[in-house]
Structures are given as C-alpha cells and as structure tokens.
Design a protein around this ligand. Structure first.
Ligand code: C2O
Ligand code: CU
Ligand code: CU
Length: 460
C-alpha cells in the first residue's frame, strides 16, 4: 500500500469508527484498552519506555465468556502505529488485527473497536501485530481468559504470563534483538518474569483445586516447564481441552512451551497451610528456576483432582483425512531477500528466513499472494518441514488444527494454533478450513517472523 492510499483509507475508517464508537460508549458495553507508555520496577530501578495498558502495571487479564460478544476499544496514544491481535481466537477475519492484511494500522490518537464472540473457551492472549517486536519486547502482551459456558468447578484460578525482558544493570532496555540472534535461535531476555515479577507467590486455599493457566508470551524463549510439590494434571493445551491423558512433565522431561503457547493445569494445592507448589523452568546450563509459586493458606478444603469432570470440548470441526489435500511448507533460511517493507509497522531491516524459499516481502508490500488457498469447509493436511537447525513455533491465525504425525516423535492429538517444530522435524497438521479470510501464518519467534518467516493462508 502506498502512503497516499493509506492516508486516504485511514481517514475514512477513522470517521466510521468514531460514530460506531459513540453509540457503543453510550451503551457502556465496550472495554477501553489504551496503549500507552509505562514504567515498572524490575530490580530496584524503574525501567522507563515500557508499553502497556496502564502507566505502571502489566497489561491486564481480559475476561470473556464463550459465546458472549466482547467489545474491546483499542486506543493508541503511542507515537508508533499499532494493531491488536487476539491469539488463538477463531473469530472474524476483520477483527484479527493483522496490519494491511485485515485492517489498517492504528495511528497515534486513533481508535479501533474490535468486536467478536469467542466460539471457544480457554486460555488465549493478546499482543500487537504492528510494531510487534518493539511493543511486545517492551511489555505489551496480555492474557485472555474465556470462561466455559458451564462452570468447571475449580476453587480458584491463577494466570501466569511468562516472559523475559532485556535490561542492562541500570534497568534500561537493551536493543530488543541482535542480527546474530535473529538469524539463529532469537535474542534472549535476561530478566525472567511471571506477570512481570520475579518468582511471585500467590495464595490459594489449601487442599483446593486451582486452574493454573500458563502463557508463554515471550518473543523468543521456549520454556521447559514442570511443576514441583503438586498433584496436577494437564487439562488444556493452547486453549483447548485435552482429550487424551498427557504425562505430567518432570525435571528430566519438561514440557516444551514455545512462544505463543499455553498450558492449563488442574492443581490440587497441598493440604497443609504454608506449603507451596512451584512452577519451574529448566534453563540451559542453569538448572531449575522457580518462575512462580502457589502458596496454600487456611484450612484444607479437602478437594481431590478426581472430583473434576473433563472440560467440555470446544466446537471445532474435526478434519476428515480420507481425501484431504496436502500442502507443503518449507521453513528455512532465505536464499535472498532485501529488507522487508513493513510500512508503518516496524522493520528489523533484514530478511534471514523464508517459507517455501521466499522471505515475506513485508507487512505493507504490494501484490503478495497467499501461501495456499483452501476451499471453505474442506479438510486439509499441511506438511511442515523445518530445514533449519533452530526450533520454530509455527502459528496459524483464525483456525484450530490437529498435529497428526512427525518424523521424530509421537504427537498427541491436541487441538492447537501453534506447532512447535523441532530441528529437522517434518510434521503434518490437519484442519478444516471453516473460517473464511486471509490468515497470517508465521513463526512466533518474533525475530523470525519479522525477518521473513511469515506468510498467510487464504480460506475462500
Ligand atoms: Cu500471536 Cu500472528 O500471532
Ligand atoms: Cu495469532
Ligand atoms: Cu522461527
């Protein structure tokens, strides 16, 4: 899109939205999310230059209910452009928040009202899809909890948003990435946080049943997680209830949770006051690190994991593999490619990565066709081949899919929106193309996404 077209288009949409905004504000139903500068104290020193939805706190957990409309009015007060994406939600394409593909970027002072009805319950999250690296690295990642239409019977819930920040000794932001990192496994943060805190502890009733929702909203790190001191079960993965029994991860076989992925545990807290459950991450060369704790308080409620009924499955159509067409996708380095044209959405200045040997030309590039066109209602198999030594959490917007096979491991049949591809892995995923539109398809290591490992899939 040319700048002139953008400016024209932009004015028109701002006017239309302004009016819509007015009516809805009167009915009081929309929740306003103001993207703004923030500061926060991580290690005794305040860090300035953060981006959040309030001046001094992490982006809040947004709550919704399955089947009930949500109206989220995003107002941008930053000098940079932005757009908000609701990761994992199978909603209308126009509400997906992908700049130039589904909407115009939101300029300073502008508002965009997102309105959708979540079809699925579960743990989701939100983050900008324009100035993605700059704003996510500076804090703008939040969790969305979509409650089941029917109460699943927990005593309490705990949301844990895992993410790293890259800060120097003074608490000043280091550059969000290095070219070296972007061309390899990504650039890692050095301050590991849960809900922006260092190993926070949260009180929950002793002997109670807690739903622990863990979200990896980091730009780079694949967390290797396990729980200590708990009787627990994995009940949902990437939002969707698991329908098979998954082994509980341990120190030696931790659960790999890539950027963008979520896991829900049902945890029985210890029966004695003062004992705690630990969420642990295995870090390369540094052993286990406590990311967060659940502390048991008061008298035991005496609950038992066996009291929990399985969660109700989400209404996702299951692919029929008998005649499903196969589409191939190869993820690797790029043979060539200039800097992407990301328009107002921030370019990292390099192309290192590609899908099917073509690097993404950039969010604002003209005439970029889809990687594949899928006919609405049909089942498909997407064969994903990783030709690089790095891991890639491959994410598809707007649709849920099931991993069906891999050349390296047995894949449990979990509904998901993000497939963590291992080194040299070829994995097949299957889906029903039942949500029309242009759906972004990219690696969720943001440095890979922004340096070529992006495309989109068109559903008719
Ligand atoms: Cu969570 Cu296209 O992203
Ligand atoms: Cu997404
Ligand atoms: Cu990647």
């Amino acid at each position: 899109m040319k700048r002139r077209d953008f400016l024209l288009g932009c004015g028109a949409s701002a006017g239309a939205l302004g009016l819509a905004g007015l009516t809805r504000a009167q009915s009081g139903a929309a929740q306003e999310l103001v993207i703004q500068p923030a500061s926060f104290t991580f290690r005794d020193r305040p860090t300035e230059g953060m981006v959040s939805l309030s001046p001094d706190a992490p982006p809040p957990v947004l709550y919704g209910r399955q089947g009930e409309a949500m109206r989220l009015r995003v107002r941008n007060t930053m000098p940079d452009y932005t757009a908000m994406h609701w990761h994992g939600m199978r909603i209308d394409n126009a509400m997906d928040g992908v700049p130039y593909l589904t909407q115009m970027p939101i300029a300073e002072g502008e508002t965009f009202e997102y309105e959708f009805t979540p079809p699925d319950a579960g743990t989701y999250w939100y983050h900008p899809h324009c100035m993605t690296m700059a704003q996510m690295a500076h804090g703008l990642t939040g969790v969305m909890v979509i409650a089941e239409a029917e109460d699943p019977g927990f005593d309490s819930e705990q949301v844990i948003n895992l993410r790293d920040f890259r800060l120097d000794e003074e608490g000043t932001f280091l550059p969000a990435f290095t070219a070296r990192g972007a061309a390899r496994g990504g650039t890692f943060g050095n301050v590991l946080t849960a809900n922006w805190l260092d190993a926070p502890g949260y009180d929950h009733a002793a002997g109670g049943l807690v739903r622990l929702r863990v979200v990896n909203s980091d730009t780079t790190r694949i967390y290797k997680l396990h729980l200590g001191g708990a009787e627990a079960r994995i009940i949902a993965w990437d939002g969707h209830p698991v329908e098979v029994e998954l082994p509980m991860p341990g120190k030696d076989e931790p659960l790999l949770v890539g950027p963008g992925q979520r896991v829900d545990f049902a945890v029985a807290t210890p029966g004695a006051e003062g004992q705690s459950v630990e969420l642990l991450a295995e870090l390369p060369g540094r052993g286990s690190r406590v990311m967060a704790r659940l502390r048991a308080t008061d008298q035991s409620l005496g609950r038992d994991l066996r009291e929990l009924k399985p969660l109700t499955t989400n209404p996702v159509a299951r692919p029929d593999l008998t005649n499903a067409e196969v589409h191939d996708f190869v993820f690797g380095w790029t043979p060539e490619g200039g800097p992407p044209n990301d328009g107002f959405c921030g370019s990292m200045g390099y192309s290192f990565w590609s899908i099917n040997r073509t690097p993404w030309a950039g969010d604002a590039a003209d005439n970029v066709g889809p990687l594949a066109t899928l006919e609405r209602g049909k089942s498909y198999v997407l064969r994903l081949r990783n030709e690089s030594p790095n891991l890639h959490p491959i994410h598809l917007h707007g649709l849920a899919f099931v991993p069906i096979r891999s050349n390296l491991r047995k894949l449990p049949p979990l509904l998901t929106d993000t497939m963590l591809l291992l080194k040299d892995e070829v994995a097949e995923i299957a889906l029903v193309a039942d949500n029309p539109g242009d759906w972004a398809f990219h690696c969720h290591v943001i440095e890979h996404q922004k340096t070529g490992l992006t495309g989109y899939i068109h559903v008719t």
